[in-house]
Design a protein around this ligand. Structure first.
Ligand SMILES: *Cc1c(COP(=O)(O)O)cnc(C)c1O
Length: 449
């Protein structure tokens, strides 16, 4: 088998996610034969450094011996059992550990099997909580501009990346959208903290005006990832938590992308010292092995559903693979690795190395900004640096960086004009240097004409 043979078979039967399939008439697809650590290897023997953690899911590298062993052992004991009326050791242990590790007040774990499904669970639970408390008039959600919460209709409705959303607009519930605290738009000389604080005003006004009809505010804490790795200051989350309490509205933290150490702390909410009413986790939860997601919430929410059968207050939501045992075993092994390696401390020096390796790019004439939060570093290409005019999307500059990366053994998959690194935590300093070099050359090429 070689690349060309498998690609040919693929193109006659597979429809790929988030892909303009016609591009594959000229853009090669890469069939991966095996992977180990940070490397992916194709059928022609070429290797690619996975600088984006295979869409942000992989934390400790591919085919990790420890996670492999845990999943294999689980497979020999119990691969899956339905979680309604039944339970198993892996899901109990995982829940105990998540309750211990997440911010205070999150005491109950409700499982689903992907990030979008977790967002749906949180939205429905919030709405249903208010309904169970005689507040059926609360039917709306507040969301930030440029936010992303997944692709299913409810998750899409509370997201705000127009590229994914516009087409389906007629199908989506109405939400209340407020400007983002995204520090890219701060004034020259203004600090990120002061900008994010200033940008809380429209959120406060929306809460004042709409609290009676609003169930919850949903945010991606600290980094709007799919929206171009746009970042904001923790002060915003602090203000938001206080205002949600003041106005009687839930706070949903979607840490599906930023959870599990990406931002420098195990969970991004910790940097603002806040606890959300609902915390959505997925992606890194299983170290990038198996689909699993969870919504954590507090006892006050749980109790609003805890009643006799006849009261019809229960949360009757399920997915077939809810709490899958293999996925839970991968998650437990992933949490072990965090403890065994003091990953958060090690990541601090990796993050510093990423900053050092890209420091010069801030002066690049076609780079508006190099920004970083922990293990996420983003480089924003612009047509005009002074005015921060973006390149028109039709020019597909990011795609040129992607192609340059592949030709040079690197998986970089820019978001529009934003080139970013979100590597597995096992990346080594010389690989960081390589990642920065390939990105720098790719950017030079992409902006050359
Ligand atoms: C990826 C992502 C989701 C959706 O998760 P899926 O597993 O792809 O459905 C939701 N929210 C955020 C912040 C994400 O990054």
């Amino acid at each position: 088998m070689n690349n060309a043979e498998l690609v040919k078979r693929d193109l006659s039967v597979v429809w790929h996610p988030c892909t303009k399939m016609k591009d594959h008439e000229w853009l090669p697809m890469i069939p991966i034969r095996r992977a180990e650590g940070i490397w992916l290897e194709d059928y022609d023997g070429r290797r690619y450094l996975d600088a984006v953690s295979s869409w942000w899911v992989n934390l400790f590298g591919h085919a990790h011996p420890y996670i492999n062993a845990a999943v294999q052992q689980q497979a020999q004991t119990l691969e899956h059992v339905m979680l309604a009326g039944f339970t198993h050791q892996a899901v109990v242990e995982l829940s105990e550990r998540l309750v211990r590790l997440t911010p205070a007040g999150l005491e109950r774990c409700f499982y689903a099997d992907n990030g979008s499904a977790a967002v749906e669970v949180a939205l429905k639970m919030s709405f249903h909580y208010w309904r169970n408390n005689g507040r059926a008039g609360k039917t709306k959600f507040i969301t930030l501009e440029n936010s992303y919460h997944g692709e299913t209709l409810g998750a899409l409705a509370v997201g705000n990346v127009q590229l994914y959303k516009d087409t389906y607009a007629p199908l989506l519930m109405q939400t209340i959208s407020v400007p983002s605290p995204d520090c890219f738009y701060r004034q020259p000389g203004e600090s990120c903290a002061s900008y994010s604080e200033r940008m809380f005003q429209p959120m406060r006004e929306a809460l004042e005006r709409h609290a009676e009809e609003v169930c919850a505010v949903i945010v991606e804490p600290l980094v709007q990832c799919a929206g171009g790795m746009r970042m904001y200051d923790p002060v915003y989350l602090k203000l938001l938590r206080a205002a949600c309490d003041e106005f009687g509205v839930h706070l949903i933290a979607d840490e599906i992308a930023v959870g599990f150490g990406r931002t420098g702390t195990l969970f991004a909410c910790e940097q603002a010292a806040v606890s959300p009413d609902f915390l959505c986790l997925s992606k890194g939860l299983t170290g990038g092995y198996l689909p699993l997601s969870v919504v954590l919430t507090g006892d006050n929410i749980y109790q609003a559903f805890y009643d006799d059968y006849g009261s019809l207050r229960a949360f009757l939501h399920s997915h077939s693979y809810t709490g899958n045992a293999l996925a839970c075993s991968a998650a437990l092994a992933t949490l072990d690795l965090f403890e065994q390696n003091d990953t958060l401390a090690a990541n601090r020096s990796l993050a510093a190395a990423m900053a050092a390796a890209t420091a010069d790019l801030g002066d690049h004439p076609q780079v508006a900004e190099v920004r970083q939060t922990g293990m996420i570093l983003a480089i924003e290409m612009v047509k005009n640096k002074l005015e921060r005019t973006p390149y028109p999307w039709q020019e597909r500059r990011g795609l040129r960086v992607y192609e340059h990366g592949l030709a040079n053994g690197m998986l970089l998959r820019p978001l529009g004009n934003v080139v970013y690194f979100m590597p597995p935590y096992i990346i080594e300093p010389d690989q960081i240097a390589m990642m920065a070099d390939v990105a720098r050359q790719g950017i030079d090429k992409a902006v050359a004409d």
